[in-house]
Design a protein around this ligand. Sequence first.
Ligand code: TXA
Ligand code: MG
Length: 337
Amino acid sequence: MNEQQQLVLAAKYIQQGRLVAFPTETVYGLGANAFDAAAVNRIFLAKGRPADNPLIVHIADYATLPLIVSHVPPQAERLMRAFWPGPLSIVLPRNEHVPDIVTAGLDTVAVRWPNHPVAEALIKLADLPVAAPSANRSGRPSPTLAEHVARDLGEKVDLILDAGLAAIGLESTVIDVSGEEPILLRPGAVTLEDLEQILGPVRVVGAHPSPDQPVRSPGLKYTHYAPRAPLFLYLGEPGAVVQAQLSRMAELVNDGKSVGILTYDQYLDYFPTAKLLSLGSYDQPAEAAQNLYQVLRRFDELDVDVILAHGYPSTAGLGLALQNRLVKAAGFRLVWI
Ligand code: TXA
Ligand code: MG
């Protein structure tokens, strides 16, 4: 089957209520017809996803929007003009025809127009809005390669469209403009600074790690994006972080533990271990973002007992999204140096 035939088959599968994994510019999605509650239910089953976590509905034209939302507030319209198609999901008042299972019963729905030729072609050919979470098992790092999807979901997905490594590597920015004040719910490649240029001040909920916040227990609800081994995230001045990683590693190795180190190119030479992975240069956040989930999955293959990770040194721009995903991968096991 050539690419076009695969796309036609994938679109037919969506129309038939089957599940199709497809590439986007952020991460791979697990798609189903957003208006088919039974198909969407299969997404939740395939992922092992809790039913209280709503899905993003993907579109590839503006004509479909009124089928999904009740109206488009002016702020949302400005965001669409500036960032769609692109890595921005906008939470809007829902159209009552969207099945409850998509929105987890909320009166809002998240909508995104992805900027990827395969995703756009699939949605257009199916001629349906496509509900799609990231195509990973719930709690696992989002897939940035088709093989991640195959490994996590196997037979549970009817077809996987493969377009290689996702360009951005982190899930879309999620902003809620359904209320009076815009709220950034998940930072992403459309940055807080980008949003504020269009909207003015935006409230940020829980994206910044802070030493004043009590360290939460590695709570079930919070361990997202996680590799199998517990990950401890070290935050602070880079030289001190490296020293802290080294001394903790020595203690753990003494206890017979296999220790993985996550760092940046600049610090690789400090660590006398083979179980060492870099996110790239710490001054190249786009590269670190693209590498992150692949690197977290590679620690599983290295079979480490514990991961000591260096936090991203800046929370400006894309750094906020990177730090947010690292904190989630750590399940809030944060070590402030
Ligand atoms: O980049 C992405 O957004 C990828 C690709 C496939 O588009 N999708 C993705 O979906 O990351 P998922 O399900 O893994 O993350 C969706 C996020 C969740 O944090 C969910 O709680 C939030 O969006 N969300 C969805 N609908 C919402 C709503 N009505 N109100 C608030 N948050 C919502
Ligand atoms: Mg996800």
